[in-house]
Design a protein around this ligand. Structure first.
Ligand code: MN
Length: 236
């Protein structure tokens, strides 16, 4: 139990509800604890954002569990922005926690995988980058993480290749393959577990392929990670 958690406290108001995702082939749900995101984990996307992937290794930022947009929900165009971008991503769902996890043991900590979108207020993120400020206003806003159901690795294994792609209004805009990830799933888990204690319920969004772009109200986003799942979101 985390410090400060009390089993039968006299709370002043009801605690926030737990966000959970459906699990493919099961009635059980995956309760979400934290959401980590990897930046610039596909070389072509690093280049399109003006960076050199050989000189700048990937890095992490976070969204909040209640930033998740559940499957079947619409994405309301967010406030305080005029440049919202899609980033289609492969998502790792942690089932067994740990810290300082070895690369060779990392996949034993995975429950499954999902398809997700790292929706981004690019204008606010760009202002933050220029000012050397944190990225939360660009990344961690309400409903900024549309997700698919989670596909258990007991059913699909641990895909290390497969097409990852996104269509906007039927037109393919992002098209990559998991084999293009700079940091692979075991390396991401190993590195992240050296910085933070991973725990069951953690999600890791592993980065986006090239081709990111803006959305408009009325757009339909349809993203798929081959063999894992799909997200379909209307921008309203
Ligand atoms: Mn991203």
């Amino acid at each position: 139990m985390p410090d400060g958690a009390t089993p039968q406290a006299d709370y002043l108001f009801p605690p926030a509800p737990v966000t959970s995702l459906p699990v493919s082939g099961s009635d059980a749900r995956f309760p979400v604890r934290r959401i980590y995101c990897v930046g610039r984990n596909y070389a072509a996307h690093a280049v399109e954002m003006g960076h050199d992937p050989d000189k700048e290794p990937p890095f992490f930022f976070q969204k909040n569990p209640d930033s998740i947009l559940l499957p079947g929900s619409d994405f309301p165009y967010p406030t305080k922005t005029s440049d919202v971008h899609f980033e289609m991503e492969h998502v790792i769902a942690i089932g067994t926690g740990g810290s300082d996890i070895a690369v060779g043991d990392a996949l034993d900590h995975v429950f499954g995988y999902a398809a997700g979108l790292d929706m981004t207020r690019r204008d606010l993120q760009s202002q933050a980058k220029k000012a050397g400020r944190p990225w939360e206003v660009g990344k961690a806003f309400e409903r900024s993480a549309p997700m698919s159901a989670i596909a258990p690795s007991s059913q699909i294994g641990h895909p290390d290749h497969g097409r990852i792609w996104l269509k906007v209004n039927g037109e393919v805009r992002q098209d990559g393959d998991l084999d293009q990830l700079i940091w692979k799933t075991p390396e991401i888990i190993a590195y992240l577990s050296g910085l933070f204690d991973l725990a069951p319920g953690d999600l890791i969004m592993s980065g986006t392929p090239a081709g990111v772009g803006s959305v408009q109200v009325g757009d339909r986003l349809e993203g798929t990670v081959e063999g894992i799942g799909s997200v379909s979101v209307a921008v309203v």
